[in-house]
Ligand binder design. Structure first.
Ligand code: NI
Length: 249
């Protein structure tokens, strides 16, 4: 079956033109560097049906690559935002403090600081700014975000308390977001960021999700940093120890 026909039949996307088709073929070549069936992983001999399913999965990945980056989708955003508190809770609660209270050096954050920062965002950034877009549009700039604001707020709290507080605030904020029943035209409404200028509500909400991912990434890196010497010569194989792209909070 041709790529275009497969894509058309299985995923209901428009027929591909020649340029896109070439891109799709390249994408499939990349994807195909994955073994066709992960035999070693599963230690089972695949039947035709399971092998077909697996191959179809690869095709879907390739076709998704052709489609390029995901557009903002409110349902996808909310799905991700809903999961972050549980992900942090599973990773951090009751973990020895050597993992959660150490940072990467002066003026850097520990996992504890990051959870505090996420709480601060729930209180002062995302939904307050969304409300401002809906209420004032571009006429009034957002309050600048205090990136060190959690230092005050987190004092004398335990990590367990912060995790509970983050979960509660996130759930309240998502309840409020859902209740807004935003329509596509609402998502195009514009607000004013104090440094970035005009931004859309859609961009703000997409940023909320990617901000979570940024800090999950950061927490992984900060924790790995604590074992940078313990791993000995393996450090050169461990990408998280080489990640210098996001060294500031
Ligand atoms: Ni941040």
């Amino acid at each position: 079956m041709s790529i275009a026909k497969f894509a058309h039949d299985r995923l209901s996307i428009p027929k591909l033109n020649r340029g896109t088709l070439r891109y799709c073929q390249q994408a499939i070549t990349r994807v195909s560097t994955v073994p066709i069936w992960p035999q070693k992983l599963h230690k089972t001999y695949p039947t035709h049906a399971t092998q077909n399913r697996y191959n179809q999965h690869l095709w879907k990945i390739a076709v998704h690559e052709v489609r390029g980056t995901m557009e903002h989708n409110l349902h996808h955003t909310i799905s991700l935002l809903t999961r972050t508190p549980a992900a942090l809770n599973a990773l951090l609660r009751d973990l020895p403090e050597a993992w959660t209270f150490r940072n990467e050096g002066e003026n850097t954050w520990s996992a504890f600081d990051v959870v505090g920062h996420l709480i601060h965002g729930e209180c002062t950034d995302w939904m307050p700014r969304a409300r401002m877009v809906l209420q004032f549009g571009e006429t009034k700039a957002f309050e600048p975000f205090d990136r060190w604001g959690q230092e005050r707020d987190s004092q004398r709290k335990s990590l367990a308390q912060l995790l509970d507080e983050f979960a509660r605030l996130r759930s309240e904020n998502l309840g409020e977001l859902r209740a807004l029943n935003l329509r596509p035209e609402d998502l195009e409404r514009r607000g004013r960021h104090p440094a970035l200028g005009v931004v859309t509500l859609s961009e703000l909400l997409a940023t909320w999700a990617v901000h979570d991912l940024t800090h999950l990434h950061q927490i992984s890196r900060v924790m790995a940093h604590q074992y940078r010497e313990a791993v000995g010569p393996w450090s050169e194989y461990l990408g998280v120890l080489q990640c210098a792209g996001h060294s500031s909070p």
